[in-house]
Design a protein around this ligand. Structure first.
Ligand code: ZN
Length: 464
């Protein structure tokens, strides 16, 4: 039986779904106003391993939302809408075009990282009616009040408010209290369900509602969409650890106040990817995209391997040295697999040992998604004296959890244009017997991980 760490109870628990044989999972999706950074993508990778692990036992219904309105520049419901700010930044393209552009980009990354496509990917802008209905229920039950800029949730009416976050919630609130608000909020932790459109300017995205022309708050979106597709009580809800103190705390308050039922049975959160200088964030300008890694010659799956080498509940410090290490280890693994393919004979030699190692591997995945331990089980079997056929059968099984395309043949990578120019320059230098320049150019190419060899027929190159 799988066991996962539940942020709500702060301990590892046996996972038993509400309905036998099937399970429901909601993962907070991207706000599509900019590129996802690799820190965001780390969360989707851990969630993907979780989904793959659950699928070994249950029929999984997985929902990941697309936030295309209402996420303000501060998670505490202040500032401007991220979508509208970016639409101005990008030369005035419409907010809906902007959303399409970055959603497309997001799924390119999501696919390149071998994350499995969710069962549903609802958009906030297509669920305005459901959000209005939910707020009407909260209003009827006396959980809301009106200020000059919106309809707010009164957190003092929900006795267990903040239980998910515990201590860190207090810190989150202190941070929130430093941000100016109109002064009409009754408590620092109260949050907007709907925001009125400003009177002095016209928003691109706004809708009529019983409270006037409005747009939704970010938190209500996830409550409305998760419950629409998965029911009032979800088995699992995931997200990055930065969502615990405010976003997920508010989702619980809204959903449970409206339905009177427990909202989520198990909360699972992934830790941050950090840089030596601190957390990777878009607002500080310190963020790396998957494209930036590609441009430096890395495969997205090198990054996936790097993430799997750390437990999802520990912070992972990113460096290019560690990414190089992941890349080389993955390449080494694939070379061994290619060799086993040449040695295979189609007959499993020790079926019992194979079943045992598969069980060991699955036990690691089911022990709170312990991917570092699972990888060590994989490597131990790869290096063992087992037969090539048995090793390949195990690799195939392990990869159904890891999602590293381990059985795929390595596609030949072409020579990048800038490297081709350096090789041509180097050939010219060699003809002129300028060996210093030629050696310098060889060193330049090596930095790009390209090895050159001089043959009578000309220069040959290969990847390092
Ligand atoms: Zn969410």
């Amino acid at each position: 039986m799988p066991r996962f760490y539940n942020t709500l109870t702060k301990k590892k628990e046996d996972f038993v779904p509400l309905v036998a044989g099937e399970t429901t999972i909601y993962t907070c999706g991207p706000t599509v106003y900019n590129y996802a950074h690799i820190g965001n993508l780390r969360t989707y990778i851990f969630e993907d391993i979780l989904v793959r692990t659950l699928r070994k036992h249950y029929k999984v219904t997985h929902v990941m939302n697309i936030t295309d309105v209402g996420h303000l520049t501060s998670d505490c419901d202040t500032g401007e809408d991220k979508m509208e700010v970016s639409s101005k930044r990008e030369g005035g393209i419409s907010a809906s075009e902007l959303a399409k552009r970055y959603e497309c980009k997001f799924f390119e990354d999501f696919n390149a990282l071998n994350c499995m496509y969710p069962s549903f990917t609802p958009h906030a802008t297509e669920h305005i009616r459901e959000m209005i209905e939910l707020i009407k229920i909260l209003e009827k039950k006396g959980f809301t009040y009106k200020t000059s800029d919106g309809i707010y949730y009164d957190t003092s009416k929900f006795p267990s408010y903040g239980a998910l976050a515990g201590k860190s919630h207090i810190e989150g609130l202190k941070a929130g209290s430093r941000i100016d608000f109109s002064g009409e909020k009754r408590h620092t932790s109260d949050f907007a369900l709907w925001k009125f459109s400003p009177k002095d300017c016209k928003r691109q995205m706004e809708w009529p509602s019983p409270w006037g022309i409005c747009f939704p708050g970010w938190h209500i979106e996830c409550s409305a969409m998760s419950m629409k597709y998965l029911g009032d009580t979800l088995d699992i809800h995931c997200g990055g650890a930065d969502h615990i103190a405010i976003h997920h705390t508010n989702e619980i308050a809204q959903s449970e106040a409206a339905t009177g039922k427990p909202y989520v049975r198990m909360w699972i959160h992934g830790e941050f990817l950090i840089l030596s200088s601190g957390k990777m964030s878009k607002s500080s300008g310190t963020f790396l995209t998957l494209d930036a890694l590609r441009q430096k010659g890395y495969d997205p799956l090198d990054y996936r391997y790097l993430c799997l080498g750390a437990h999802y509940r520990t912070q992972l410090e990113f460096s290019f040295d560690s990414l190089d290490f992941a890349k080389n280890t993955l390449r080494n693994l694939k070379e061994k697999i290619a060799l086993f393919k040449k040695q295979r004979d189609g007959v499993i030699k020790d079926a019992r040992a194979l079943e045992n190692v598969k069980a060991d591997f699955q036990a690691c995945a089911e022990d709170d998604i312990n991917t570092p331990k699972a990888l060590s089980v994989l490597w131990d079997f790869i290096k063992s004296p087992a037969a090539a056929e048995d090793k390949l059968a195990f690799v195939k099984y392990a990869d159904s959890f890891l999602g590293l395309s381990l059985m795929k043949e390595e596609a030949a990578r072409g020579l990048p244009a800038d490297a081709a120019a350096l090789i041509a320059e180097r050939e010219k230098a060699r003809k002129n017997k300028d060996f210093i320049t030629s050696d310098n150019l060889r060193a330049e190419l090596e930095k790009m991980r390209i090895i050159v060899k001089d043959t009578p027929a000309g220069t040959e190159w290969s990847w390092k």
